[in-house]
Every structure is written in structure tokens, then in C-alpha cells.
Design a protein around this ligand. Structure first.
Ligand code: 13P
Length: 252
């Protein structure tokens, strides 16, 4: 009942030319991969080129962040209306790098989530603990707090597009991956928190992605687990063959 979602977070990589070179190589490799929803999240300056290059295919394009206002004097920001206008369908919200370097927090995540849902953009809300928090046994406390604030005031009737990405910060870009057992345990906990906030019905249909050093060789083991509904991929999504292999292996 939950269609897997495999998303590429290109972070601050790829010019428009490089993005189109990627899609040229990538699209034929995943032409028959319809088991999963595939989303590419390029930098803002590559959104238009990537949208044009994937038009008419089953590959969707998302932004890596957005502001929650419709418009206004917010220099440098991009609004949900602007993403809608160019055809971007998804948005990453509260990635740990946004939290670490750009002062995002659970409250701004909540505002962005509400804005995305109000404008029909699929929100991929990122949560996850730091290494010290895991070592101190605080993983569930951290996830509980992040989710309780992120989901505050969300109408369950309007929240069916919601996607959560569990990205343990210590696993991002480090080559360290949560073991399938650790990931499954966190995903189960997240689903229970969604149920507490928004009801069991919504929790059962909400996709929860795993992110943090996902590679072609660990994608199958992670994605085969009950509560893992796909992956959010950084480094290994920059190469078309590698990201295509992750999409293919996620079906295994
Ligand atoms: P890596 O796959 O490079 O660890 O990055 C994960 C991530 O941050 C995806 O959003």
C-alpha cells in the first residue's frame, strides 16, 4: 500500500549542464522501474533544466528547501508558489545540513511543512539524531521531540502526502550506515509517533525513507524491511549508474 520512494539529494552539486548529462544517462536505466516513485532534488539553479529534461517521464523533481511564505522581502529564498509554477512536485524540509548551517529548527520545519501541504507539494521532512545522542541512548527522545514540533497543528485529513526521512546525522556522508536493525527500530518508533500525532490510519500510509550512506550494495537490505519505504540518497545519487542501481535494488 506504500509505494516506495527513492530520492536523490544532490546537495550543492551539479550545474544545469551536469544535471542534464545525469538525466540523459539515468532515464534509460530506470525506464522500466515503476515499482518506486523516483525523485531528483537538484540545486535551485538546476531545477528548470532538470524539469525540462525529465518532462513526460516518471521521474519527479523536487527542491532541497523552500521558504514558507508565498512571497515577500526574503532575499535569497524560494516560495512554494514559485516551485509550483515551474512544476517541482516535492521538497526536502529540515535536512540536517539546513539545521546545522542555516539555522533551521523544528519550528521552521513545522511552518514549511504546513506551507508545502497547503500548496500541494510533497514534503519530505528530515529527522535524525547526532552521534552523541545515539551514544547516550537519546535517539527516541530526539525523534519524538523533532516529530512532535514538526507535526504540530497538521490536519490529518490533509497530510496524506507527508513523507518522513530518517537520516541519522552520524551516517550522512560518513560511509557509516545504520544497520538494518537500527534503522527498522527507528522507523517503527517514527511510525508510532506519527500515529500518536495524526492517527493510525495516516501512520500506516505514511512513507518513511532511510537516508545516510545508502549505496547500491546496502539498498536492498534496507528497503526490504517492513517500515522502510525507500531511501534519500546523497553521495551515491550523483552518479547515474549508481543511483539507478539503488532504484533497481530497492525492488529486490
Ligand atoms: P549520503 O548518502 O551522502 O550519506 O547523504 C545522505 C543525505 O544527506 C541525503 O539527504
Amino acid at each position: 500500500m506504500r509505494k516506495p520512494l527513492i530520492a536523490a539529494n544532490w546537495k550543492m552539486f551539479k550545474t544545469p549542464t551536469e544535471a542534464v548529462a545525469f538525466t540523459d544517462a539515468f532515464l534509460p536505466l530506470v525506464a522500466s522501474q515503476t515499482h518506486a516513485e523516483i525523485v531528483l532534488c537538484p540545486a535551485m539553479t538546476s531545477l528548470a533544466a532538470t524539469l525540462a529534461a525529465t518532462k513526460g517521464t516518471h521521474v519527479h523533481i523536487g527542491a532541497q528547501t523552500m521558504d514558507w511564505h508565498d512571497n515577500g522581502a526574503y532575499t535569497g529564498e524560494t516560495s512554494p508558489l514559485m516551485l509550483n509554477a515551474i512544476g517541482a512536485t516535492h521538497v526536502l524540509i529540515g535536512h540536517s545540513e539546513r539545521r546545522q548551517y542555516f539555522n533551521e529548527n523544528d519550528t521552521t520545519v513545522n511552518l514549511k511543512l504546513k506551507a508545502a501541504l497547503a500548496h500541494g507539494i510533497v514534503p519530505i521532512v528530515c529527522v535524525g539524531e547526532h552521534r552523541k545522542e545515539r551514544e547516550e541512548g537519546l535517539t527516541n527522545d530526539v525523534l519524538k521531540l523533532q516529530l512532535s514540533i514538526a507535526l504540530e497543528g497538521i490536519d490529518p485529513a490533509a497530510a496524506s502526502p507527508l513523507v518522513i526521512a530518517y537520516e541519522p546525522v552520524w551516517a550522512i556522508g560518513t560511509g557509516l550506515t545504520a544497520t538494518p536493525e537500527m534503522a527498522e527500530e527507528a522507523h517503527k518508533f517514527i511510525r508510532a509517533e506519527i500515529a500518536a500525532a495524526l492517527g493510525h490510519h495516516l501512520a500506516a500510509s505514511t512513507r518513511i525513507l532511510y537516508g545516510g550512506s545508502v549505496k547500491p550494495d546496502n539498498a536492498a537490505a534496507l528497503c526490504s524491511l517492513n517500515d522502510i519505504d525507500g531511501a534519500l540518497v546523497g553521495g551515491a545519487s550523483l552518479d547515474p549508474a549508481s543511483f539507478a542501481q539503488i532504484v533497481i535494488n530497492s525492488a529486490a
